[in-house]
Write a protein that binds this ligand. Sequence first.
Ligand SMILES: *Cc1c(COP(=O)(O)O)cnc(C)c1O
Length: 397
Amino acid sequence: MTTSFEPGAPAPEDFVPLCVPRIQGNEWKYIKECLDSNFVSSVGPFVDRFERDVADYLRAKHAIATVSGTAALHIALLLAGVKPGDEVLISTLTFIAPVNAIRYVGAWPVFMDAEPDFWQMDPAKVEKFLLQECLWDGSELRNKATGRRIKAILPVHILGHPADMDPILEIAHRFNLRVVDDAAEAMGAEYKGRKAGHLGDISCLSFNGNKVITTGGGGMIVTDDDALAKRAKYLTTQAKDDPVEYIHKEIGYNYRLTNIQAAMGCAQLEVLDDYVSAKRKIAKSYRNGLEAVNGITLMSEADWAFSSYWLSTILVDESKCRLDSRALRKQLNQKRIQSRPLWQPNHLSPAHLGAQSYEIDVAERLYSRAVSLPSSVSLTENEQDFVVKAIRSASLD
Ligand SMILES: *Cc1c(COP(=O)(O)O)cnc(C)c1O
């Protein structure tokens, strides 16, 4: 590679990754305890402890561990009573996992737009859709266009910033809809002092490798409802009604987290607040370093929000910059800086062709302009300077 590197920059063989885990606490110790005690599978003290610790952290009554965030979403939709042929409102601007989960239960997504300020599900458009495009008979809400029953709203807190939940919860409960929220990217974030991961009727978390904290792979279902929590455990453990005779009255799933993964989760949870502080500091440095650059703006934080800044993300306005978001990504790539665009909005996804979408324009604009920047907890000041300089020179050249 012949790219020139500036003084003080990471050596050319180095590469600045987008977001990698940091393992620096009690992970080794706790996992060794699993190996020494032979509790390696989905029964064991760390599973119980991780569930308790996460529930306590979120100030929730119950947390039920799962093999992945996607599995948590699948079960959460079953718990919410979403049936085949129902519809679930979801923001189009999200990683595809929660949309796929809606299809797993045989229901259909209806795609909603993002709001322009914090890029989350737009509550005003959700309300307008429910009031103007649906029929309420006093107990059920039907979509006029499709005739299907609307059963739930699924806000996704993208990039670590919470969605504006109060208006969403208010309108959902007015129409007897459940709110299942996806906090996979927002562990450690807060909405008006309440923890993300415990904002909706049922919330879901992910502990995949690139999330704020990780168990390698894993997820969690969070709820205050005793009956739902019991049912979550039942459905995730093969719906076993008689553990001796192996009698099952329903189709269940093998979705339980293992003790080894939970051990890692317990260790990671101990440092979560430090990790969130590190991510917020990274976002602040990007803001300071890039605010003078014409046409580049960093994702902002609502005054009612405490963002985990999972991935610091900028918008590149090609009408004010020398280049557009894709050209900027190419230049960063040449300097061995990993970045990424947002997800293709799901109403455009070939995997979800034919699903209804409602008044979407903000999400498409954000998708064309956004670039997520290196945001690992372990990102050094030196590396971050290098990224900032690379963006500055690319936008000014
Ligand atoms: C990562 C992610 C998921 C899925 O979590 P997995 O643990 O990878 O299955 C779901 N929703 C969002 C918004 C995510 O970012």
